[in-house]
Design a protein around this ligand. Structure first.
Ligand SMILES: *Cc1c(COP(=O)(O)O)cnc(C)c1O
Length: 380
């Protein structure tokens, strides 16, 4: 099962051979009702996630993540919330990384706490040893690496090993890295999840989520996904399968474009600080290199401009569109103070290292010379 390499996995699946009526790509199965009994197969229904377009994606992403099984969701947040509700019951305790995706924090501060699930936030980046936070009712830990927007890296193998010793489930949001750059299950993590809205689809045109892990764990996650109604539809699954086919070539380009662009920006006098784990000057470069195959297309930097000048200059960029979201083929920028972290007061943002002049970049797959020239004109 694991003999195929990533670039091949994204293009070929057993599901296709079984279900495609000879078609080279899986046609869209746009039907909500299916005959039964049918070929001794289980009852088919889109919410069950057992139709060809859905199953093809499940097979491919599970293989990319070296996981026994996986479950496809309608959004990243559907995947995240279902996993939390699967691993913890009222009265249980979770340890969560202190800087994570804003939507996840909002869910924890809302429904998770309403359900009387206890949460301790921990800085896994500076202190991988979390044993001081473990209680008798601790069920799981939750990390995100690289993190948003400062691209902090946590020592995944070390944390996974410690979680195993403590007898708790380890969960990671692998959205920024993708399985092309980092395979947490191979590093010992139990559950890997994604906003497939981002790199896995890669074309900024649909929403989906994914969870991968052991057969036993995915059985529970799948049941809850069905009960909560979080499954994605066949049409989105079809487009996700199409996006996925180019994942490994896209990531190669995202990685190299981000590397070249950060190396250029690092030397620029208008750039005060830059956060990218691929840079040799990054204090976590050594750690990241031990388990990441590439460093991804996301980085952020502080620019020496006041907000008026910044707004004026950013509007002049030709290829970096100012938009939320990330991981698509076209380059995007945003200011975390206006987007992911706008809900925090300025003083709290600064404490987290997120200044008003911090720009987050999602580098696309355009020609890197054009991308560099775009910034050159704006920074001069
Ligand atoms: C976007 C994102 C999510 C949420 O995914 P949706 O598809 O928007 O629901 C979760 N984690 C990270 C790191 C993300 O970037």
């Amino acid at each position: 099962m694991k003999t195929k390499k990533d670039a091949t996995i994204v293009l070929h699946s057993d599901t296709e051979n079984k279900t495609n009526f000879g078609a080279v790509t899986t046609p869209i199965f746009q039907s909500s009702a299916y005959l039964y009994p049918f070929n001794e197969e289980a009852l088919k229904y889109p919410r069950y996630g057992n139709l060809p377009n859905q199953m093809e994606v499940v097979e491919k992403i599970s293989r990319l993540e070296n996981a026994e099984d996986g479950v496809l969701f309608s959004t990243g947040m559907a995947a995240i919330s279902t996993v939390f509700l699967t691993v913890a019951k009222p009265g249980d305790h979770l340890i969560v990384q202190d800087q994570i995706y804003g939507g996840t924090t909002s869910f924890i501060e809302g429904l998770v706490k309403d359900l009387k699930i206890e949460v301790t936030y921990h800085d896994f980046c500076s202190k991988p040893d979390f044993s001081g936070c473990v209680k008798a009712n601790t069920k799981a830990l939750y990390i995100e690496s690289p993190s948003n927007p400062l691209l902090k890296i946590v020592d995944i193998p070390k944390i996974a090993k410690l979680a195993k010793e403590e007898g708790i489930i380890s969960i990671i949001d692998n959205t920024f890295a993708t399985p092309i750059n980092q395979k947490p299950i191979t590093l010992g993590v139990n559950i890997v999840l994604h906003s497939a809205t981002k790199y896995l689809n890669g074309h900024s045109d649909l929403m989906a989520g994914f969870v991968a892990g052991s057969t036993e764990m995915m059985k529970k996650v799948r049941k809850n996904a069905r009960d909560l109604g979080c499954t994605t539809n066949d049409l989105s699954a079809f487009f996700l399968a199409r996006g996925l086919k180019t994942l490994s070539v896209r990531m190669e380009r995202h990685n190299s474009n981000a590397q070249k662009l950060t190396e250029y920006l690092e030397g620029h006098k208008k750039v005060l600080k830059i956060y990218y784990p691929g840079l040799k000057s990054n204090p976590q470069h050594g750690l990241a290199s031990t388990f990441m195959k590439g460093f991804g297309g996301m980085f952020s930097f502080e620019i020496d401009m006041d907000s008026n000048e910044l707004n004026e200059k950013l509007a002049k960029l030709k290829y970096f569109k100012r938009a939320v979201s990330l991981g698509g083929v076209e380059s995007l920028i945003c200011l975390p103070c206006e987007t992911s972290h706008s809900y925090l007061p300025k003083s709290e943002r600064e404490r987290l290292g997120i200044k008003d002049n911090l720009i987050r970049v999602s580098v696309g797959i355009e020609d890197f010379e054009d991308l560099i020239q775009d910034w050159e004109e704006v920074l001069s």
